[in-house]
Design a protein around this ligand. Sequence first.
Ligand code: UD1
Ligand code: CA
Length: 467
Amino acid sequence: MVAKKNLCILILAAGKGTRMKSPLPKPLHIVCGIPIIAHILKAAQALSPAAIGLVVGHGADTVIETVKSNLSAWGISAPVVFVHQTDLSGSASAVKAALPLIEKFETVMVLNGDTPLLHTKTLDQMFDVHEANKCGAVVLGVTVPDPSGYGRIVRAEDGSFENITEDADADEETKKIAEINSGMYVFNSKLLQNALTQLTPQGPKREFYLTDTLALIKQMNAPVLVFGSEDYEQALGVNSKAQLAEAEQILRDRVALRLMDEGVTLVRPKEVFIDPEVKIGVDTFICPGCYISGKTVIGKNCYIEGNCYIKDSVIGDNVTLKMGTYIEESEVEETCQLGPYAHLRPKSVLKKGAKVGNFSEIKKSVIGEGSKVNHLSYIGDTVMGAGVNVGAGAITCNYDGKNKHQTVLEDHVFVGSNVNFVAPVTVREYAKIGAGSTITKEVPAESLAIARTRQVVLENKGVKKHD
Ligand code: UD1
Ligand code: CA
């Protein structure tokens, strides 16, 4: 998008968010894997403004800290200027707190910090309308099925903008208006600054309403336009946990629809939870109950059974994940098979065609091409070659209470059931380990290692048959 040198975007996120009934500041509540504020910052950055300001107040330290430490994870490279609002006396006071920033720009876009479903495209169109008509202000107005709680857009007889009346101050007639203020505006900066000086406190909480500036700007004989959009969902403001869940569902639906458009098969689209940035190849089949999050990339033709969890991972083509598989920050190459109930912890790599089965846990390990860890194992800090077969219940003892140590299993090693590898330890290629062994020393190539006590049989020492 072409850089908008005259535009500053100001995001209002200082409010108390009382209706969330939560100690967590409202901007940090999560919608589809990232905080509400991250959705807004992303949309703001996509417009290429000259500056982005974020007004913080309630829970400011937590908000600033979270935003600063996650900006790059959210893909935000534009600098964000934090503005402190100390009095928390309404949305207009929030803008006033940012005067030193907005004074430097000709045009100011103001966005409420609680509308995570906003579309960059709509904001861009609003900006264009504002510039083309030399407006004093443009506000996004949408018609919603249930306008309660929102500010209503009151129009004059000729249909032009008259004012915004807040829900708390509206009479019965005004409450019937279904066209609401979305909380997204574009202002001529000078006129906005002028209007801010003329406000008086309103409503039961004696707040300074940003919404009152629009009628004041109109009185200055500058055009004030309502920009309409059919898609009313984008205006959903999150004030309560119910609205948070509504936003989550709408965004998940949008993601599911996009993925199906791209050729992904979702058996029951409403019952999968896929984050917006996840990429999935064609004809990958996803069953209900899966949660696929973060920056995960999944190839084509995969078969993913129910209740799998995949976070920040890369899955190749033709992979099968059976029921209940859990994968975190790992890489699974093509044609691998996992599960049911396999667990890949961070930094695990499964090479082509590898298998990790029932109740096996892999941590920070490489499982070589075609190798198998099929039943009840723990493999940690291990480098495994190709064609290795790990028997049921084999365990790497990688931790001595202080440090982690490495296990190396070279190509074509065969590990019997219930073996312990006391790391650091290396098993050379084509070696075989007898079942029940505890391996503490290097095993040479092509040899058989057995490290267990021999069986002793004592006659007549068993259970007495006739006691
Ligand atoms: C606001 C609008 C309403 C609109 C609705 C859309 C006003 C007066 N009303 O109502 O017309 O329909 O959004 O969702 O603006 N904030 C601050 N500092 C404050 C108070 C609020 O930064 O002192 C921020 C909040 O963090 C929030 C935004 O301003 O992001 C809006 O505040 P909120 O209390 O949610 O306003 P609504 O009652 O939803
Ligand atoms: Ca709100």
